[in-house]
Design a binder for this molecule. Structure first.
Ligand SMILES: [Zn+2]
Length: 767
C-alpha cells in the first residue's frame, strides 16, 4: 500500500490550516482595503475627489432604518451637518482667515492650525473641516456665519447612523463608514436598498471653474430615500442569548470567544445570532480595554496600528457564520437521521462498544471517548452516551456513497464534476462574511480500501463546517425533514410605506421523511430528558420538553495557540421536543484548563442552552406542561418512636402501605429511610425491636413493565422505586430506563430511579 496517498490527520490539518488562512485572507483583504479607504485615508481621498469634481454636490438621501421582527428599531438615521470651507470664496471676498480659524476651532473643538491651512487651499470650493456635527454646534456655526456675513463657510445636511441598542446583535446589523456606506452585516449586504438614490444640487459654473464668481444654486434633482428593512431578529431573544453566552464565557474562562444562533426551525429565520466579544456599533472603531492596553503598550506607531486593526477585525468577526470547525458529536444527529431514513438501523438494534473499533485502512483502532467502552447499548442509549464506536458502526451500515449523498442533501457540500476535488458549500444566508465547509473529495471519502474518513465523519470529525450550516441541517432533521435556507431580512418597505420585498421561507429540499424526523426527535429528547444516561441532561428545564446533542471537538493542532490540547465545546438543543419551534446552537471556543469544570459539551454548553431555553420559551408563549400530582411519588415520613396505631395512621396519610416485622409496641426502624421519595402506594417496612437486614438483593429487569407492577415486584425484595418522569397513570405507564441495571446487587431499602414512556412509546421527561 502506498501510504503517502492515504490522507492522514496531519495532511488534513495542513489542508485545513491552509484553507483557513486563505479563507481568512479572502475575508480580510477586502475589509482591509475598505478600512483604508473609508477610515484611514477618508479625509484625504475626499478632499482630492471634491477638488477635482465639485460644482455638483450630492444631497444625501435618508438611509433606511433597520427594525427587528417586532418593529423595534435596531438602526436609525438622524439629520446632522457637515461643515466645510470654500477657500475660493474666502479668497474672493477677502475674508479674515484668522477669525474663521479661531471661531471654528473653538465652536467645533478643531485644531486651529489645521483649519487655517485648509482655508488657504484657494483652488478649492469645498474642504471639509467637521463631519456629522450635532444640532447645537451646527446652530452655533450658523450664527457665526450670519453675525459676520461670512461667505466662505458652509453647512450641508448629512445623516448619522445611531444604533439604539449599542452592541446588541452587532454582528448581524453591522455598521456604516463615514460616507454612510454599509461596511459590515446587514448594513453592507443591503446597502443599496438602505441607501436610496442621492439627489443633486448643481451650481452655476463655466469652463474656468474656480475663477468664476460663485453665484447661486441652479437646479435641484430630488433623491429617493432608502428602504426601511425588517429583520427576523427578535431583540428580546437576542438579549437572552447574549446574556447567557457572555456569562458562559466568564464562567468557563473561554479564551477564544463564543458564538450562538437561535433559529426558527420551521422557516430558517434567524431569531438571534451572537458572537462574543461584541462591540458598540455607535463606536465600532473602539476596541476592548484589554486590546486597547496592548495597542498603547506598542513600541512603534506601525505596531500600534497593526494591533489596533487586528483587534478591530477580531471584534467585527461574526463567528457564527465566519468560523469553521469540526462539529464533533453534534453531527451524530445527521448520521442518525440518514441511518434511520435508509432503514439500516432500528430502535431495537443493539450496539456493542468495547472501547475501540477497528476500521479498514486505518492502522490503529478508533477509540470511544469512554475508556473500557459502553458495553451493549440500544440505539437510543448509543445516542444518549454519544458512543463513537456505535456511530462508526452506524456510518458503515449507511456506506460511504450514501453518507456522502446525505451530506450534500443536508447542505454540507456541493459535489462537483471532478471526483478528486475537495468540496465546499455555504447556506447562502443574506449576510456578508459566510465561510464555506471543507470536505474530502469524493474519491478519498468513498475509497473502499480506506474507510477511516467515513468512520471519523460518522462522529463529526475530519471535515469542517460553520455553526450556521449545522443548525440549518439539524433544524431539518427535527422539523419533519425540510431543509430551509437561513435568512435575516424578511421585508423591505419604501419611503411611501409600500412593502417592496417580502421574503417567504425558502424550502431547499426534503431531506428525510416526517416519520424519520419524529424518531430523531424522540431519541434526542432522551439525550436531555434522561438524567442517568443522557449526556445532555444539563440542558433540561422543568416543565419543558427539550431535545438536543452535545459536542466536544479537539481543535486541529495548527489552530491551537496555547501549546496544550484545545477544544470547542458545543450543544445543539431544540424545543418543544414533540413539536419543535426553535433550535439553539452554542459553541464555546477554547475553555481554559483553569475553570475547574470538566471540558465537555455536556458539562459546559448544555446548561447554557438550558438557561437560554428557560428564558426564551416562556417569552415565546410556550406553556410549560402542568404536572398533575394524581399519581406523583410521595415522601416517606419518619415513623420511629410511634406506636403501632399511630404509625398505621401516619402511613395511610402518607399514601403508603406497610408490613411489620418483629414484636413490640413502638417503631424502632424503617425501610426506606425517612425523607425518601418513592412511588405512591409502595409497601414500606416497619420494624419493632428489630433492625433491618443487611442482605443484598439482585435488581430485576424493569424496562417495559408498568410502573405499578415494577413497584410491587421491587417491594418483595424490600427495594423501592422512584420515577424521574411525571406519573399520571401508574398502571399504564411503562418503564423506559432504570438507574440500577438488571443484575446489580443492592441493599434493602435502596431506591431504583426510573424514567417512564408514555402510552405511545415516547419519553416523558420531568425536566
Ligand atoms: Zn462507546
Amino acid at each position: 500500500m502506498n501510504s503517502s496517498r492515504v490522507p492522514t490527520r496531519q495532511m488534513l490539518q495542513r489542508v485545513l490550516a491552509l484553507s483557513g488562512i486563505c479563507g481568512l485572507l479572502f475575508l480580510i483583504l477586502p475589509l482591509i482595503r475598505l478600512w483604508q479607504l473609508q477610515i484611514v485615508q477618508h479625509e484625504e481621498l475626499e478632499s482630492r475627489a471634491i477638488a477635482q469634481q465639485l460644482r455638483e454636490a450630492p444631497t444625501t438621501a435618508a438611509r433606511g432604518s433597520i427594525y427587528d421582527c417586532k418593529g423595534r428599531p435596531l438602526a436609525v438615521s438622524a439629520s446632522v451637518d457637515n461643515v466645510y470651507l470654500s477657500p475660493a470664496e474666502i479668497d474672493q471676498y477677502g475674508e479674515n482667515r484668522e477669525l474663521i480659524a479661531d471661531s471654528l476651532a473653538e465652536l467645533l473643538a478643531l485644531d486651529r492650525e489645521e483649519v487655517l491651512k485648509k482655508s488657504r487651499m484657494t483652488g478649492s470650493w469645498y474642504v471639509t473641516v467637521a463631519r456629522k456635527v450635532e444640532r447645537e454646534q451646527a446652530e452655533a456655526v450658523r450664527r457665526f456665519i450670519a453675525d459676520n456675513g461670512i461667505h466662505g463657510v458652509h453647512l450641508e445636511t448629512d445623516t448619522k447612523r445611531y444604533y439604539p441598542n449599542s452592541s446588541l446583535a452587532c454582528h448581524v446589523i453591522g455598521f456604516v463608514g463615514m460616507d454612510n456606506t454599509g461596511l459590515e452585516g446587514i448594513e453592507a449586504r443591503y446597502d443599496e436598498a438602505l441607501t436610496g438614490t442621492a439627489g443633486r444640487t448643481r451650481r452655476a459654473t463655466n469652463a474656468y471653474g474656480t475663477e468664476l464668481i460663485y453665484t447661486a444654486f441652479e437646479d435641484y434633482v430630488p433623491g429617493e430615500d432608502g428602504c426601511d428593512l425588517v429583520t427576523t431578529i427578535d431583540s428580546a431573544i437576542q438579549f437572552y442569548i447574549e446574556k447567557q453566552l457572555r456569562q458562559a464565557v466568564a464562567d468557563y474562562d473561554i479564551l477564544n470567544g463564543a458564538g450562538a444562533i437561535c433559529m426558527d426551525v420551521n422557516t430558517g429565520a434567524i431569531l438571534a445570532m451572537a458572537s462574543i466579544d461584541g462591540y458598540d456599533l455607535n463606536n465600532f472603531l473602539a476596541v476592548s480595554p484589554e486590546a486597547q492596553a496592548m495597542v498603547d503598550a506598542a513600541t512603534t506607531k506601525e505596531e500600534a496600528q497593526r494591533l489596533l486593526q487586528q483587534a478591530q477585525m477580531r471584534q467585527w468577526r461574526n463567528k457564527a457564520l465566519s468560523d469553521t470547525y469540526e462539529p464533533g458529536s453534534t453531527f451524530k444527529i445527521i448520521t442518525l437521521s440518514m441511518a434511520l431514513e435508509e432503514g439500516v438501523v432500528h430502535k431495537e438494534d443493539s450496539f456493542y462498544c468495547g472501547g475501540s473499533v477497528s476500521v479498514i485502512g486505518r492502522g490503529t483502532p478508533i477509540r470511544c471517548w469512554k475508556d473500557g467502552g459502553h458495553g451493549s447499548q440500544t440505539l437510543t442509549q448509543a445516542v444518549q452516551h454519544s458512543c463513537n464506536a456505535a456511530f462508526v458502526n452506524i456510518g458503515q451500515r449507511v456506506g460511504a456513497e450514501t453518507f456522502y449523498d446525505y451530506c450534500e442533501a443536508f447542505g454540507f457540500l456541493n459535489q462537483r464534476e471532478d471526483p478528486d476535488e475537495s468540496l465546499t458549500a455555504t447556506t447562502g444566508i443574506d449576510l456578508s462574511g459566510e465561510s464555506g465547509s471543507i470536505w474530502w473529495s469524493h474519491n478519498v471519502f468513498c475509497s473502499e480500501k480506506n474507510l477511516s474518513q467515513l468512520a471519523a465523519a460518522s462522529f463529526g470529525q475530519t471535515f469542517t463546517i460553520t455553526p450556521l450550516q449545522l443548525i440549518t441541517a439539524v433544524s431539518a432533521a427535527v422539523n419533519g425533514g425540510k431543509l430551509y435556507q437561513p435568512y435575516v431580512v424578511s421585508r423591505l418597505i419604501d419611503g411611501d410605506g409600500q412593502v417592496t420585498y417580502e421574503r417567504e421561507p425558502r424550502l431547499v429540499r426534503q431531506v428525510i421523511s416526517e416519520e424519520t424526523s419524529q424518531q430523531v426527535r424522540t431519541i434526542l429528547e432522551q439525550v436531555v430528558g434522561d438524567p442517568k444516561d443522557g449526556t445532555g441532561h444539563n440542558a433540561a428545564v422543568a416543565g419543558y420538553r427539550i431535545g438536543g446533542k452535545t459536542g466536544t471537538s479537539e481543535k486541529v493542532s495548527l489552530e491551537a495557540q496555547t501549546g496544550q490540547k484545545e477544544y470547542i465545546v458545543s450543544f445543539l438543543g431544540f424545543a418543544p421536543a414533540d413539536d419543535p419551534k426553535i433550535a439553539i446552537l452554542i459553541f464555546l471556543d477554547t475553555p481554559s484548563n483553569e475553570s475547574g469544570i470538566y471540558i465537555s459539551g455536556g458539562q459546559m454548553a448544555a446548561p447554557v442552552v438550558g438557561r437560554m431555553m428557560a428564558d426564551i420559551l416562556p417569552y415565546l408563549g410556550v406553556q410549560p406542561s402542568v404536572l398533575s400530582d394524581a399519581g406523583a411519588d410521595v415522601s416517606v415520613p419518619d415513623f420511629t418512636g410511634e406506636t403501632r396505631q399511630e404509625a398505621a395512621e401516619a402511613v395511610q396519610n402518607a399514601k403508603l402501605r406497610f408490613r411489620t416485622l418483629g414484636e413490640g409496641e413502638t417503631v424502632t426502624g424503617q425501610l426506606p429511610a425517612p425523607g425518601s421519595t418513592i412511588a405512591r402506594d409502595s409497601e414500606i417496612l416497619l420494624y419493632f425491636s428489630r433492625t433491618p437486614s443487611t442482605e443484598l438483593e439482585t435488581v430485576p429487569e424493569l424496562t417495559g413493565m408498568s410502573y405499578e407492577r415494577a413497584r410491587d415486584l421491587l417491594s418483595d425484595y424490600a427495594i423501592y422505586i422512584s420515577s424521574l418522569s411525571p406519573v399520571t397513570d401508574a398502571s399504564a405507564q411503562l418503564i423506559g430506563s432504570q438507574s440500577l441495571a438488571a443484575g446489580t446487587r443492592t441493599g434493602h431499602g435502596n431506591i431504583v430511579s426510573v424514567t417512564l414512556q408514555s402510552a405511545d412509546g415516547e419519553m416523558l421527561g420531568r425536566y
